[in-house]
Design a protein around this ligand. Structure first.
Ligand SMILES: Cc1cc2nc3c(=O)[nH]c(=O)nc-3n(C[C@H](O)[C@H](O)[C@H](O)COP(=O)(O)OP(=O)(O)OC[C@H]3O[C@@H](n4cnc5c(N)ncnc54)[C@H](O)[C@@H]3O)c2cc1C
Length: 284
C-alpha cells in the first residue's frame, strides 16, 4: 500500500501521517486532508516518493512555506500526498565570479538574505512572506516582490534548476551561465508552473552587487491617478537609483492596524493610497 511504502522509504522523520499544519492554506480557505506529508531529505528521496505516487496514480502536491494565497500548495478534491521541501535547506556553494549561488528548494528566502550578508552580493527579492516562503515556492509561483520592476520576477533570477519530473526522473539543468542561448530554455517552463510540471529540488540563482547606499521613503498620495503619475515621474527622474516600488491603500492599512499588534504607522497624515519607494546607489 502506498502509505506503508512511503513510511518505509522515509522513516518517522520523513513521513507524517498527521498532516495538521500542512493541510490548509495560509488563509485557511483551501485544502482537503491529504494521505500524509512526505518530507524527503534528498533529491533521491524526492524522486522515489514521486515515482511511488506516480505508480499508484496518486497526486503529489509540492509545498514550500505554504504562503501562496490561492490554494496551490494544499491537496484539492482528489486528495494526494503533500511533498514538503522543508528538510532540504542547504545554501551553497556560492560563486563570486558568476555572482551565483546554488540553493536547495527548501531554503527560506530570509535565510538566504541573512547568509549573503557581508558577501558583497544580495539576492534582490523582498516580499512580506520572506520569513516563511521557500525557494521552490517562489519558483513555483514566479514570485515578484517590491524589487521586481528593477531586478525582474523570480524566473528572471533563475539560471539553472534541478527538477524531479512527474514519473520520478531527475532533470539536471543546474547551469550557472547567464548568457545561455543553447537551445530551449527549459528551466523557464518550471517558473510559475505551480509544481504541475515537476518538483524543483535545487536552483542556481543570479545574485546582484550589494548597494553601498540605500534609502527608503513612504509617501502619502491623494489618489490613484496621482499614484501612477508619481511612479512615472520617479522612474524618469530617479532612473537606475530606483530600487523598489510598492503601493498599498488606506483600507489595507486600516485592516493591518486592526489585526497586527504593535503596528506603528510612521506618517502624521492619512491618504487614500501610499507609495513605498526604495533607492540605491553604488557611490561610496
Ligand atoms: C504577507 C504575504 C506577502 C506576499 N507578498 C507577495 C509579493 O509581494 N509578491 C508575490 O509574488 N507573492 C507574494 N505573496 C505570495 C507568496 O508568498 C508567494 O507566492 C511565494 O512565492 C510562495 O512561496 P511558498 O514557499 O510559500 O510556496 P507555497 O505556498 O508552499 O507554494 C506555492 C506554489 O508553488 C508550488 N511549489 C512549492 N514548492 C515547490 C517546488 N519545490 N517545486 C515546484 N513547485 C513548488 C506549490 O505546489 C504551489 O503551487 C505574499 C504572501 C504573503 C502571505
Amino acid at each position: 500500500m502506498l502509505v506503508d511504502d512511503l513510511a518505509d522509504l522515509l522513516g518517522p522523520s520523513g513521513w507524517l501521517a498527521d498532516a495538521s499544519g500542512h493541510s490548509r492554506d495560509w488563509l485557511d480557505r483551501y485544502g482537503t486532508p491529504p494521505l500524509g506529508v512526505a518530507r524527503p531529505a534528498t533529491t533521491v528521496e524526492v524522486s522515489a516518493v514521486v515515482a511511488l505516487c506516480h505508480a499508484a496514480g496518486v497526486a503529489v502536491v509540492p509545498q514550500g512555506g505554504n504562503t501562496g494565497l490561492c490554494g496551490g500548495a494544499v491537496a484539492g478534491e482528489a486528495g494526494g500526498v503533500i511533498l514538503s521541501l522543508s528538510r532540504m535547506a542547504q545554501i551553497g556553494p556560492m560563486d563570486p565570479d558568476s555572482a551565483s549561488v546554488v540553493v536547495d528548494a527548501g531554503v527560506v528566502l530570509a535565510d538566504l538574505h541573512q547568509r549573503l550578508e557581508g558577501s558583497g552580493l544580495i539576492f534582490p527579492m523582498h516580499l512580506g512572506a520572506e520569513g516563511s516562503a521557500r525557494i521552490g515556492g517562489l519558483i513555483g509561483t514566479n514570485a515578484g516582490g517590491s524589487q521586481a520592476f528593477r531586478h525582474g520576477m523570480m524566473g528572471d533570477r533563475v539560471l539553472g534548476l534541478e527538477v524531479v519530473l512527474p514519473d520520478g526522473a531527475v532533470w539536471d539543468g543546474l547551469r550557472a551561465v547567464q548568457k545561455d542561448n543553447a537551445g530551449f530554455q527549459l528551466r523557464r517552463l518550471f517558473c510559475g508552473a505551480e509544481g504541475a510540471l515537476g518538483v524543483v529540488t535545487r536552483a542556481v540563482l543570479q545574485l546582484a552587487p550589494a548597494p553601498r547606499q540605500q534609502a527608503t521613503a513612504l509617501l502619502a498620495v491623494p489618489g490613484w491617478e496621482a499614484l501612477v503619475q508619481l511612479g512615472r515621474l520617479l522612474r524618469s527622474e530617479a532612473g537606475e537609483f530606483l530600487a523598489a516600488i510598492e503601493f498599498f491603500c488606506d483600507f489595507g492599512l486600516t485592516l493591518a492596524e486592526r489585526h497586527v499588534a504593535g503596528l506603528v504607522f510612521p506618517l502624521q497624515s492619512r491618504a487614500p493610497v501610499y507609495l513605498l519607494v526604495g533607492s540605491v546607489a553604488q557611490i561610496p
